[in-house]
Design a protein around this ligand. Structure first.
Ligand SMILES: [Zn+2]
Length: 496
């Protein structure tokens, strides 16, 4: 047999498209040609594979070797194909039975000694291998991650010789048994730990119940960050599929280890974060904060301080739930279905309206500060709420309201109603959905129209009011939206 085929997987965004490594041996002067890899990657991979095979006291065939990584137009980099290339050469030269490779997919970088080193982005490859019904061979350090794809057969290997002995039937390996090492969750911070702020907590509950985006406006020190960090604990637990998507994103993002799996992400990038750090990018595209917040919460504190161009980019993922990153030759898309919680001060110094009278900001300064946020972005935030400073009297009775557990069960009940009625959360209702599920009594519709005129709200804003009112009715398990629901929903549009 002078031709062998080995299956592997590339990594593009959070996808793991199939790559076939074909190894062909022909008579002629000894040489090694690699087709389908970029120049520098070819050289490095060639050297590693040759050294690893020789250092394992295996035979590096002195023939004309051609290796093709197909499809050719797929970007491939890193050392993840080393192991597949080495197996291809060994099978084509008769040192391995070629048929032992047909039901396998291989990932792993080779050290010169033949030791197998971990690679990035194993979970997406594991999910794809499970779909293809093949066994996945991975470096031992990646085995726990691969085993998150339940039902997938995983072979964990530390050294090339170990795998060769397995494939030759000399020392068979048994499938990797998951240790459950990555499945540990930390309790979410509790809502009842935040002092007072009953109105803001109510808004947080409504946001969780209908998946609405939320803007908190108020002076520094009023607990906006504390409030925002409580939102993930109010949301329903991730489904298995959502949890795997979140883990797959972590898997392809460098410097972001798989931890606290399977919890909803809470990401709070600083306002000085660069565009690529926030939305993703780079020559080898990496997911940004908005993708790391997929199925979770993205908290942007001091919203007007963010680069305005970056904020404008958020409009696309807020609508579509994904971000497309254009590169010189192609495009990569990352999922980005996050719930946005933004916070801002009422003025540049933060103390506008504070009883202390500390604010010295001019009207012009205040307008310029608020003007940094565009209407279209604010339009995508259903709930706007002012967070006031709590009383500083030490002996004043404080009502801390619901615990997170109590609030979460109300959220779950309201979400169930939405899923049964329309299959999606209220925040995602489109125009036909609004017509079908947010019908108002005639008198209430007229009342809302008058109110919108009086407050000069756009039609888009009026639709947001309706969605929030729908959520308020669902929280009370009421089929009909009432005027009381509309009135509360309107309050959440008028604080800016
Ligand atoms: Zn001020």
């Amino acid at each position: 047999m002078s031709l062998a085929i080995v299956h592997s997987r590339a990594q593009i965004g959070v996808d793991a498209p199939s790559v076939t490594v074909e190894a062909h041996l022909a008579n002629g002067l000894p040489s090694l040609a690699l087709v389908g890899l970029p120049e520098t990657a070819v050289k490095e991979s060639k050297d590693r594979v040759r050294s690893a095979i020789l250092n394992c006291a295996l035979d590096f065939p002195p023939r004309r070797i051609t290796l093709n990584l197909a499809p050719a137009d797929l970007p491939k980099d890193g050392g993840r194909f080393d192991l597949a290339i080495a197996l291809g050469i060994l099978a084509a030269s008769g040192q391995l039975p070629a048929e032992s490779l047909t039901s396998l997919e291989c990932l792993g970088e080779l050290a010169l000694s033949g030791a197998i080193r971990p690679v990035q982005g194993v979970l997406p490859a594991a999910l794809a291998a499970r779909q293809a019904g093949r066994t996945l061979v991975v470096p031992k350090e990646n085995a726990e991650e691969a085993s998150l794809a339940t039902g997938l057969s995983v072979l964990a290997v530390e050294h090339l010789l170990e795998l060769v002995a397995h494939l030759n039937g000399q020392t068979p390996l048994s499938p990797y048994q998951p240790q459950g090492l990555l499945r540990h969750t930390q309790p979410y911070p509790d809502l009842a730990e935040v002092q007072g702020q009953i109105a803001a907590k109510r808004a947080l509950l409504v946001a969780a119940a209908g998946n609405h985006n939320l803007l908190l406006s108020g002076p520094p020190g009023t607990g906006k960050t504390l409030l925002a960090s409580r939102l993930p604990g109010l949301l329903p637990p991730l489904t298995e599929e959502e949890a795997l998507q979140v883990a797959a994103i972590r898997s392809v993002a460098s410097h972001t280890p798989l931890q606290s799996w399977p919890q909803r992400p809470f990401r709070h990038p600083h306002h000085s974060a660069s565009g690529p750090a926030l939305v993703g990018g780079g020559s080898r595209p990496q997911p940004g904060e908005i993708t790391l917040a997929h199925h979770g919460v993205l908290f942007l504190d001091e919203l007007p301080e963010f680069d305005r161009r970056v904020l404008e980019v958020l409009r696309e993922p807020l609508e579509s739930g994904q971000i497309v990153i254009a590169r010189a030759r192609d495009k990569v898309s990352f999922p980005a279905r996050f719930q946005l919680v933004a916070a801002m001060n009422p003025c540049p110094c933060g103390f506008l309206g504070d009883p202390s009278g500390r604010c010295r900001c001019s009207t012009e300064q205040i307008q310029r500060y608020r003007g940094k946020l565009s209407g279209p972005l604010l339009d995508r935030i259903d709930l706007h709420i002012t967070v006031a400073r709590e009383s500083t009297q030490l002996d004043a009775p404080v009502d801390n309201g619901d615990t997170s557990a109590a609030a979460a069960s109300r959220v779950a009940a309201a979400r169930d109603i939405q899923l049964q009625r329309q299959g999606i959360a209220n925040a995602f209702l489109d125009l036909p959905g609004l017509r079908a599920h947010c019908a108002l009594a005639d008198a209430d519709r007229q009342w809302l129209e008058h109110a919108c005129e009086r407050l000069t709200l756009s039609l888009r804003s009026a639709h947001r009011v309706l969605k929030v009112a729908r959520t308020l009715a669902d929280l009370q398990a009421q089929e009909q939206i009432s005027r009381q629901h509309l009135a509360e929903a309107l309050q959440y549009r008028t604080s800016l």
